[in-house]
Design a protein around this ligand. Structure first.
Ligand SMILES: *Cc1c(COP(=O)(O)O)cnc(C)c1O
Length: 431
């Protein structure tokens, strides 16, 4: 925690600090990176990612476990490598993500394949490379996987994603663990589905899986889901189908704006006590954290292009946009926005917006900032669901990325050029 003088206190994530009036990540000043690599620029702290992973590893120490990073949060290869080298497996949701995990050097047996719409081709490729588990989300998918696996003479390792139907009233932020959404198999149908899976020659039942939602900031939803999942394990095993691993999904929140999610180590110590108390302490635990491993580790640096004061609103037009940072436009999400080198002047209230031709292209509303054109700003907590959701809307090239470790800054993705974008298209033949 530190704040630039002359501006309201800003809470910075670990490994980000103001020193001598400049915002730094680990041992590197961000304004220097912006000058070297241009903007918009994503910068990540490798130590922040490894610390976040270490908290999970501490919480599960001494237990048979596998942490599978849900790479849709940020699937840049160097980030996957960082986590794979530290012992992480991966939770993937597409064939493309499978190729990324393999390219980053992941051990295929530590990869689990989630998602409601796996294609036959994706299943075949995943079987071919020997992934650890398919998290199956419907009866129809189970049958197709059985057929595909038999077709290549293999048995697919499966876990069934159950929908624990955690109460929405108690847990308003939970959006995937409820009836009435497309994820998982309804509580009442779980035992019959496991019986069916166990009888399929192309399938090998290995586990059970749930994932109740995202940006969870309290322990209670996990505890409720856990009870329901353990009830199901009991019922499934009573029906004669052994369950080797229990996957509690991901979803632990991060600090965007004073949020206070539980620390992963404390949370998992508490949850494991519960699992022990219910007599399932001997099962292998799988977790699928995404946001909580990378979200607070990244920022997006953007340059102020124009100040546009108005009668009703003042607009600060910056060079990053909804194609780089889609969360505000998509979910009305809040990211803190801070200057890299704060000015002592009195701040003005601005709506921070990008150059894209959409009213929805905003990054922050009503932000008090003392800025001039040419100043550099950091959009905080931009490590998760930003670059991985970036698009080419308005034929804007996707941003460059830099990974910092100590005083070393490694470019891990080049800025996308217009030519990169045109490469896959064909002009019509001459008229
Ligand atoms: C997105 C997702 C996760 C990760 O969620 P976070 O909120 O980023 O931790 C884990 N498991 C599944 C199946 C997902 O779809």
């Amino acid at each position: 925690m530190s704040s630039p003088s002359g501006t309201p206190p800003v809470s910075l994530a670990p490994h980000f600090t103001y020193e001598a009036g400049r915002l730094r990540v680990e041992g590197v000043a961000l304004d220097e990176l912006a000058r070297t690599h241009g903007t918009p620029l994503f910068v990540y702290s490798q130590a922040a990612m490894l610390d976040a992973l270490a908290a999970y590893q501490r919480g599960l120490a001494g237990r048979s476990h596998q942490i599978c990073y849900a790479m849709k949060a940020n699937s840049t290869l160097a980030i996957l490598q960082t986590l794979a080298r530290a012992g992480c497996g991966f939770d993937i949701v597409s064939g493309g993500e499978l190729e990324r995990a393999l390219a980053a050097g992941a051990d295929p047996t530590t990869i689990i394949f989630s998602g409601v719409g796996k294609t036959r081709a994706e299943m075949r490729r995943a079987l071919d490379v020997g992934i650890g588990c398919f998290n199956v989300e419907s009866r129809a998918e189970l049958d197709v996987l059985d057929e595909v696996a038999r077709g290549v003479g293999l048995r697919a390792p499966v876990s069934i994603r159950v929908n624990p139907n955690v109460d929405a009233k108690t847990h308003p932020y939970i959006s995937t663990g409820l009836k009435g959404n497309k994820f998982g198999i309804a509580h009442e149908e779980v035992v019959a589905t496991y019986r069916h899976a166990a009888a399929c020659a192309g399938l090998r039942v290995v586990g059970i899986d749930c994932h109740i939602g995202s940006q969870i900031t309290q322990a209670d939803p996990y505890l409720d889901a856990m009870d329901r999942v353990l009830d199901l394990v009991q019922a499934i095993e009573a029906a004669g189908v052994p369950i080797q691993h229990i996957d509690f999904g991901g979803g632990l929140g991060i600090d965007y704006n004073g949020d206070t999610p539980p620390a992963a180590d404390a949370l998992w110590k508490r949850l494991l006590d519960k699992i022990d108390a219910r007599g399932y302490g001997d099962r292998k635990i799988y977790l699928e954290p995404g946001r909580s491993l990378v979200g607070n580790a990244g920022v997006c640096i953007t340059e102020v292009l124009y100040l546009k004061p108005g009668e009703q609103k003042n607009f600060l037009i910056v060079d990053a946009a909804m194609n780089d940072l889609p969360r505000p436009a998509m979910y009305q999400a809040f990211h803190q926005i801070v200057p890299l080198t704060p000015r002592p002047d009195t701040p003005t209230t601005w709506d921070v917006v990008g150059p894209v031709c959409e009213s929805g292209d905003w990054l922050g509303r009503d932000r008090d900032l003392a800025v001039q054109a040419g100043d550099l700003l950091a959009v905080l907590s931009a490590g998760a669901y930003c670059m991985s959701m970036a698009s080419n809307y308005n034929t804007r090239g996707r941003a460059a990325e830099v990974l910092v470790s100590g005083t070393t800054a490694t470019p891990i993705r080049a800025r996308e050029s217009a030519m990169d974008q045109l490469r896959l298209e064909n002009l019509l033949p001459p008229a």
